[in-house]
Ligand binder design. Sequence first.
Ligand SMILES: [Zn+2]
Length: 266
Amino acid sequence: MLTSKVDNSCRFEGNLIHVLLGHEFQGSVDAIHQEVNVVLIYFGNMFSGNQGLVPRHCIQCGLWLTAQEKWQLGCVICEGIWPDLRGEIGEQLMKERCALHRMWTGFRLRENAALERQIHALKYQGRRRLGLRWGQWVANSNNAPTAEAQPIALIPVPLHWRRQWHRGFNQASWIARGVSREWNAVVYPKALVRHSHARSYTGFSRQKREDLADSTYRLGPNPPDAAIPIVLVDDVLTTGTTIRACASVLEASNREVLGALTLALA
Ligand SMILES: [Zn+2]
């Protein structure tokens, strides 16, 4: 009785497998299990490993990213047309706006609609984990600062508490978290605080912008040890006023600012 039940259930399982595999299977129950295992291992490799539990798709065209690096965000075709500024070109462009020792940026803003949507989704639609993934993408530019300094402190440019409360998170902190995974650095989200709620510096003269920015940021409750070199992190670099103001606050407290990293350059 019991044997026949087991037999029946195996036959039922076998029939299901026939349907799933799409072909007729002639063989013992062990052979069926073996074939199912092969299928499971095949799918297991596709869905796990470097890619986490979910398969990843190109953020622009949706093509399945199979054998690429875990920080990769686009397929070869889409990434090929992104205004990619990682590496030396971006560093030179940033240094024209901020005179820091090292600079890293991801892409030029307002040249690719898909990337514009990414920034918008990160800042205004609460997609904070996008910041993490884009942080990893920017950090993988083959010129990590690990050769000149180790350890490194990553300090995100802070939002005013009211804006952060309203948004629920600081996008620069999430970008910094992505960078920290690739550079093995530590994020200090409370190293700086923003205590003025001025909307934007746009429209002011350069001198006025500098004066406003200098009074906007101050050292926060949890800065890194003074011996650790700092890389500032923000989402977009426009005039460079914000990065310069944050760097001067940190330098005034006898800290070394090695450079800055932003996701995009406006
Ligand atoms: Zn694509």
